[in-house]
Design a protein around this ligand. Structure first.
Ligand code: UDP
Length: 248
């Protein structure tokens, strides 16, 4: 790792080059942002916690046949990943109404959706990450029609796997955001991270609508105990990943 150069610094991670042009080092930061970076802060220990959770979840998905950019966790807040060209869109999957879905449609928070909803958003902070239609997505050439179908299929499959896994952790997977990238061999794979920064996670043992929140909504809405909630997610993920490893 002699010639590591910083290639890109995002809101939650820094990407460095490695000696291998096909492999990058992803460094998870403690920085937290919300509302398109209008709210900024730090969640102490978040980098390590999110890196640990994302590593576990990528391994779980790989074991279920979902291709991801994850190679290995090399330090508490660092993982090696495959170099990809990230698609300029965010894929959101929703099981329960929350966040922008409620603000934009009037659906009540907590309404269980009859089927998982897959949505696409433009990755563009200046434009406020607008919701895309299928035709707008194709118009902007953010993906080919074939890739769009693959994204939809993968997102639903990932949702099935993660919903079942978090269910075993007594956590409800309300919604989450995914990012995908294209490898040098033109394979479409899951990239970025899956963590309490990118998911809504509700503790099934709590009925109080604020106390049950175990994700970045605690930071967005100044609910306090952000670190504790993230740590609790990690502990449950670790406990259930180890038990599925022992059972396999
Ligand atoms: N999300 C994310 N990054 C974004 C936008 C959304 O990780 O830039 C996640 C968010 O944490 C939630 C899901 O995607 O789990 C759906 O977010 P929503 O569209 O409801 O927007 P929000 O209420 O977070 O602004």
């Amino acid at each position: 790792m002699s010639q590591a150069h910083k290639l890109y610094e995002g809101k939650a991670k820094i990407l460095y080059s490695t000696d291998n042009p096909e492999i990058l080092l992803s460094h998870f930061k403690d920085d937290a942002t919300a509302f398109n970076a209008q709210k900024r802060g730090q969640i102490s220990g978040k980098g390590e916690i999110n890196c640990a959770i994302a590593s576990r979840l990528f391994q779980l998905l790989e074991a279920e046949g979902i291709p991801t950019h994850f190679i290995e966790r090399t330090a508490p807040n660092q993982m090696l990943v495959k170099r990809v060209k990230i698609l300029a869109l965010e894929v959101v999957v929703r099981n329960i109404a929350a966040g922008s879905l409620c603000q934009q449609t009037g659906l009540p928070v907590g309404k269980v959706l009859p089927n998982p909803l897959v949505e696409f958003y433009l990755k563009n902070d200046e434009l406020g990450d607008p919701l895309l239609t299928r035709d707008r997505l194709l118009l902007l050439e953010l993906a080919t029609p074939e890739q769009l179908n693959q994204l939809q299929e993968q997102a639903l499959r990932i949702n099935q796997i993660l919903t079942a896994f978090f269910g075993r952790c007594d956590i409800t997977l309300v919604d989450f955001k995914l990012e995908f990238g294209i490898t040098s061999t033109q394979e479409l794979i899951l990239a970025d991270e899956i963590s309490p920064d990118t998911c809504r996670l509700w503790n099934q043992s709590e009925t109080d609508p604020n106390r049950r929140i175990m994700d970045k909504d605690r930071f967005r809405r100044d609910l306090g105990n952000v670190e504790d909630a993230y740590q609790q997610v990690l502990e449950r993920v670790n406990a259930h990943c180890s038990s599925s490893e022992q059972n396999s």
